[in-house]
Design a protein around this ligand. Structure first.
Ligand code: MOS
Length: 759
C-alpha cells in the first residue's frame, strides 16, 4: 500500500493495478488512429478564417493541382450528408454546426476537407484552397454588441422547474448579513492529449469507424443517421481513449464527413485533426457569469439564496448546463430562487467538460459561502455545519446518504485547519503571505442503463464484455473487479473487453455513471451464473454440496462453497455438462421507461440520479488548500491541498485516488491557470495550442492528499457506487480562491486568479 494505492477501508475494493496499464505504458495499446487499415487515404480539415458571414466561393484550382490529391469536400458536394436534429436544449443536447457552409457560424468551423494519398499532400492542398468570404462583425462574448440572451426555462422541459422555493426577497430583506456579488469563469478547452481523430473503412455497405469516443452506441447510431444507412451497417471501435473529459461524448461534424469521403473514394480515410483545430471542431466549457445573493441570520443560519447564471453558447444551439439544479440542494438555504440564461454568441457550441454543471456554479456559491462566513465572522467549516441538511431544501426529499461533514472533519484534521488564524493577511512565512481556504465538492450520482455479457469457464477464467469506455479512469479494471468478486476468482483471471459496438451496449461514459452502471449490470450477469452453479451443486445426487440450501452457497477461490464444504468449479461444470456459462444481463435505473434498453441499443441512454429520484443522490467531498502569495510579486503557489471524499462503495482505492487527485489538480488549474482567450474583435481563440493554453505542470503541483471516507449507500444502485470521475475538480477553484482571500484580503471573483489581478 502507498499514497497512490491506499489501504482499503470499509466498503472499499483492493487497489488492483490497471488492467490496461502495461499496454499503455509500453505503447502496445492501440488508440483508434493507431488501428491498421489497408491503403488509407489521408484527410486534412480546412476551417473558416472568419467567425461570422458567408462563403462566396472556394477556388480549388491550386489545391486540386497538388500531386496526390484525391478529392476535396465542401458544402457544394456534401449535401447528401443528413443534418441530425437533436432535441433542443438541455445539457445532453447539442447540434453542433453540421453544415460545411456556405453560412459560417464561428471561427474554425469545418468548411472543407481535402483527401490525398499522403497527409502532407492533403495538408499542402488544404492551405492552397482560396476561400472568398463575406465577413460580418462577430460577437464573441458576454459584453459584445449583438449577443442574444434567452431564459432557459422557456426552452426545454428539463429546465422548466429550475429550483425555487419560498420568498427570497422577503428572506433577504430580513437577513442580518447579505452577500451580493458577481462571479465569472472563463472558457476552457479539454485538450486531451489524444487528438480528435476519425478513421473510416467501408467493406461493401458496412462501415467501421475507429474514433476515440465516450459512447460507442451513440456514435454508431448517429453516424448511421448522418449517412442515411441502417445502424446495423455501422460498427464503431474505440478500445482506448487518450483523454476525453466530455469532449468525445457526442457526434461532432468531422465523423460523418470522413465516412462520406471514404464511401465516395472506395478507400479507407484517416483524419487526425491538428491541436488548434481541436479548439473549434469539438466542444469546450462555456464561459459563465453568476449573480448571487446569499443571506444569513447573525447566528449563521442561511435564510435566502438567489443565483442567476449566464452561459455562453453558439448562435444556432441552445446548450446549457444550469448547475443551479445541484447548487440549490447544497445547504439548508431557506428561500431559494434561481434563473439560468444562455447567451448566443458567434462561437462553436460548448459541451460537456468534466463536471459540466457543477464546476462553474459550485465555484460561485462556494465563494459566496466563504464571503458570507467572513462577514459573519464565522469559521467557514462551522458555517457549513450550521447549514448542513439531510433533506432537499427545495422538495424536502431526503438524501440517500450525505457524508459532507464527515469529509470536512477528516480533511480539516489532516490539513490542521485548527491552526488557522482567521484574519486575512495574518499568516506569513518570510515574504510569503499564507492563505488557507476550503470548499465543498459535490456531484450528482448518476445511474444509467447498461448491459453486459459475462462468461465463466470451468478453469475459472472470466471474460466480461460491455461497450463502455475507459477514459483513463480505470473502467477496465473496476468492471473486472466486480466480476472477480462475484464469481470468486482472482482478479488476474478476468479479462474485460470494452469499446466496441459489437459488445452489449453501455451508457455514455459521462456523468460519472460508468462504474455504477456497468458494475450493476455485471453483478446481475454474475448472479445469473452463480444461480446456475448453485442449483447444479445443490440439487446433485451426490457430491460435497448435494442437498445444501442454495442461499447458503457462495463462490470463492475458484470453488462453489458452503459452510464447511466445497467443490471445485470444474466439478460443478461437469455436473452441468457445459464448458462455459455465459450470461447477458440488462440493467436500467428504477423508474426507467420499459423500452430503456431498446433505446440504449438505439444510442439513447437513460440516466437517473441527482435530484430526480425519490431520494437525492449525490457524492460529496471537502477540499482544503494552502496558497502562498508573494508579498511583492503576487506570485501564487499552492504547496498543499487535502481533499476528503465519500462516494459510496469504492471499487478500487488506487483508481479512486487517482481520479480524485487528478480532479483536484484540475481544480487548481481552473483557479490559477486555465483560460481560453478569445480575440474580442475577430472572435478567434488566441491561445489554441498547448504552449499558450496554461495547464499545471509538476512544478505547480506539490502535495495533494486524498482521503477516502467510508460510506455505504444501498439506495444509489445495486453496486452501491456513486462514481468519482467528476467529483474531485468541483470546489477546488473556490477553495483556492478562498485561500487567496485569506492570504491577501483580496477577493478575486473572476477565474483564473493570476498575479496581475492581485498586483
Ligand atoms: Mo463527462 S464531462 O460527463 O463526459
Amino acid at each position: 500500500m502507498s499514497a497512490a494505492a491506499p489501504q482499503p477501508l470499509a466498503n472499499m475494493g483492493a487497489p488492483e493495478p490497471r488492467m490496461d496499464g502495461r499496454a499503455k505504458v509500453t505503447g502496445e495499446a492501440r488508440y483508434p488512429s493507431d488501428m491498421p487499415v489497408s491503403n488509407p487515404a489521408f484527410a486534412f480539415l480546412v476551417t473558416s478564417a472568419i467567425a461570422k458571414g458567408r462563403i462566396n466561393a472556394i477556388d480549388q484550382m491550386r489545391a486540386r493541382a497538388v500531386p496526390g490529391v484525391l478529392d476535396i469536400f465542401t458544402h457544394e458536394n456534401t449535401g447528401d450528408l443528413k443534418e441530425i436534429k437533436f432535441a433542443s436544449g438541455g445539457a445532453g443536447a447539442s447540434t453542433s454546426i453540421q453544415q460545411l457552409g456556405p453560412e459560417v457560424f464561428h471561427d474554425g468551423q469545418i468548411i472543407a476537407m481535402v483527401v490525398a494519398d499522403t497527409f502532407e499532400a492533403a495538408r499542402e492542398a488544404a492551405y492552397a484552397l482560396k476561400v472568398d468570404y463575406a465577413e460580418a462583425p462577430a460577437a464573441p462574448s458576454f459584453d459584445s454588441p449583438g449577443v442574444e440572451t434567452e431564459d432557459v426555462t422557456q426552452l426545454h422541459d428539463s429546465a422548466k422547474d429550475i429550483p425555487s422555493v419560498g420568498d427570497v426577497e422577503a428572506a433577504l430583506a430580513g437577513a442580518d448579513v447579505v452577500v451580493d456579488a458577481q462571479y465569472g469563469t472563463p472558457t476552457q478547452h479539454h485538450n486531451p492529449i489524444e487528438l480528435f481523430t476519425t478513421t473510416c473503412v467501408w467493406n461493401g455497405d458496412r462501415l467501421t469507424v475507429h474514433e476515440p469516443s465516450q459512447f460507442m452506441y451513440g456514435l454508431k447510431n448517429n453516424v448511421a443517421r448522418k449517412l442515411d444507412v441502417g445502424p446495423e451497417q455501422v460498427r464503431t471501435i474505440s478500445h482506448f481513449v487518450g483523454g476525453a473529459f466530455g469532449s468525445k461524448a457526442q457526434l461532432t461534424p468531422r465523423t460523418g464527413l470522413v465516412a462520406f469521403a471514404a464511401r465516395k473514394l472506395h478507400r479507407p480515410v484517416k483524419l487526425v485533426a491538428t491541436r488548434d483545430q481541436g479548439f473549434t471542431i469539438a466542444t469546450y466549457r462555456a464561459e459563465t457569469r453568476h449573480r448571487i445573493r446569499l443571506g444569513a441570520r447573525r447566528d449563521g443560519k442561511l435564510v435566502g439564496y438567489e443565483h442567476e447564471g449566464f452561459e455562453i453558447t453558439s448562435r444556432p444551439d441552445k446548450y446549457f448546463v444550469a448547475g443551479v439544479e445541484d447548487a440549490a440542494r447544497l445547504y439548508a438555504y431557506g428561500a431559494v430562487k434561481t434563473k439560468v440564461n444562455i447567451v448566443h454568441a458567434d462561437r462553436n457550441t460548448p459541451g460537456f467538460m468534466r463536471s459540466p454543471p457543477v464546476v462553474p456554479y459550485i465555484y460561485a456559491i462556494e465563494t459566496a459561502m466563504d464571503e458570507l462566513a467572513a462577514k459573519l465572522g464565522m469559521d467557514p467549516v462551522e458555517f457549513r455545519r450550521v447549514n448542513d441538511t439531510t433533506t432537499d431544501p427545495i422538495s424536502g426529499k431526503p438524501y440517500s446518504s450525505r457524508s459532507l461533514m464527515q469529509c470536512y472533519d477528516q480533511a480539516a484534521a489532516a490539513f490542521r485547519w485548527m491552526a488557522r488564524d482567521p484574519h486575512p493577511g495574518s499568516m506569513r512565512d518570510g515574504d510569503w503571505l499564507i492563505g488557507w481556504g476550503c470548499a465543498t465538492a459535490v456531484y450528482p450520482t448518476h445511474f444509467g442503463s447498461a448491459t453486459a455479457r459475462v462468461r465463466l469457464l470451468a478453469n475459472g477464467d472470466v471474460r466480461v464484455q460491455t461497450a463502455a469506455h475507459d477514459l483513463g479512469t480505470g473502467a477496465y479494471t473496476v468492471i473486472g473487479q466486480m466480476a472477480a468478486e462475484r464469481l470468486g476468482v482472482p482478479f488476474s483471471a478476468v479479462k474485460t473487453e470494452l469499446g466496441d459496438s459489437e459488445l452489449p451496449p453501455a451508457s455514455v461514459a459521462g456523468g460519472s455513471n460508468t462504474t455504477a452502471s456497468c458494475c450493476s449490470a455485471v453483478m446481475k450477469a454474475c448472479h445469473a451464473i452463480r444461480a446456475k452453479l448453485f442449483h447444479a451443486a445443490a440439487t446433485a445426487n451426490e457430491g460435497p454440496l448435494a442437498g445444501q440450501q442454495i442461499s447458503g452457497l457462495t463462490l470463492r477461490d475458484g470453488k462453489v462453497a458452503a459452510e464447511g464444504a466445497e467443490e471445485p468449479l470444474a466439478e460443478t461444470f461437469k455436473r452441468l455438462g457445459v464448458g462455459a456459462i455465459e450470461e447477458y444481463a440488462e440493467s436500467a435505473p428504477p423508474g426507467a421507461p420499459a423500452d430503456a434498453i431498446a433505446s440504449l441499443y438505439a444510442g439513447k441512454p437513460t440516466l437517473s440520479g441527482g435530484a430526480h429520484g425519490k431520494k437525492l443522490m449525490y457524492a460529496f467531498g471537502a477540499e482544503f488548500v494552502e496558497v502562498r502569495v508573494h508579498k511583492d510579486t503576487c506570485e501564487i503557489r499552492v504547496p498543499r491541498a487535502v481533499g476528503a471524499f465519500a462516494g459510496g462503495r469504492i471499487m478500487n482505492t488506487r483508481t479512486a485516488h487517482s481520479q480524485l487527485m487528478g480532479g483536484m489538480i484540475w481544480g487548481i488549474s481552473s483557479a490559477l491557470h486555465e483560460a481560453t482567450e478569445i480575440d474580442p474583435v475577430r472572435a478567434r481563440y488566441v491561445n489554441d495550442n498547448l504552449a499558450d493554453y496554461l495547464v499545471p505542470v509538476n512544478a505547480d503541483v506539490q502535495a495533494v492528499d486524498v482521503i477516502l471516507v467510508p460510506e455505504v449507500d444501498p439506495d444509489v444502485n445495486p453496486a452501491g457506487v456513486k462514481g468519482l470521475g467528476e467529483l474531485g475538480n468541483v470546489g477546488t477553484a473556490a477553495a483556492v480562491s478562498n485561500a487567496v482571500y485569506h492570504a491577501t484580503g483580496r477577493r478575486i471573483r473572476q477565474l483564473p486568479i493570476r498575479l496581475e489581478k492581485l498586483l
